[in-house]
Design a protein around this ligand. Sequence first.
Ligand code: HEC
Length: 114
Amino acid sequence: MAGLTASEQRGEALYQANCAFCHAADGTGRNWIGSFLEPHPRDLTQPEFMGGMPPGRLKQVIREGLPGTSMPAWGGVLSADQINDVTEYIARVFHPLAPEPNLPTTSNPTGQTP
Ligand code: HEC
């Protein structure tokens, strides 16, 4: 795929090596293995799901896996940087992710103590 950043390119290689097996090369999970897994691997191109998933949660799910499904925990296999690269690739090529939710803010806009 042309026009990817260095991180997205690393993510592409990592995805194809580690994730495409179950989630299919195009992210849809509609490949041979995917059709036998129950539940089926998540379709990583599905707008309702991807549009509601901020990058932080996606990385967490990759790190920790999903108990009760065949989605493995990658925290012991991929480094934080590699999980970051995979996340960037998924967000760029399969479907944009949700914005990161705003962190609770401790300052107030007027800058005055209430
Ligand atoms: C052995 C098969 C398998 C492999 C390999 C695999 N997955 Fe999954 N993945 C699954 C299954 C099964 C689900 C569960 C679908 C469900 O019930 O939501 C899943 C779910 C997910 C989800 C959705 C999480 C959620 O909250 O619903 C994401 C994102 C994901 N996988 C990303 C990845 C990435 C990135 C990799 C590679 C680093 C990967 N998966 C490798 C099988 C796999």
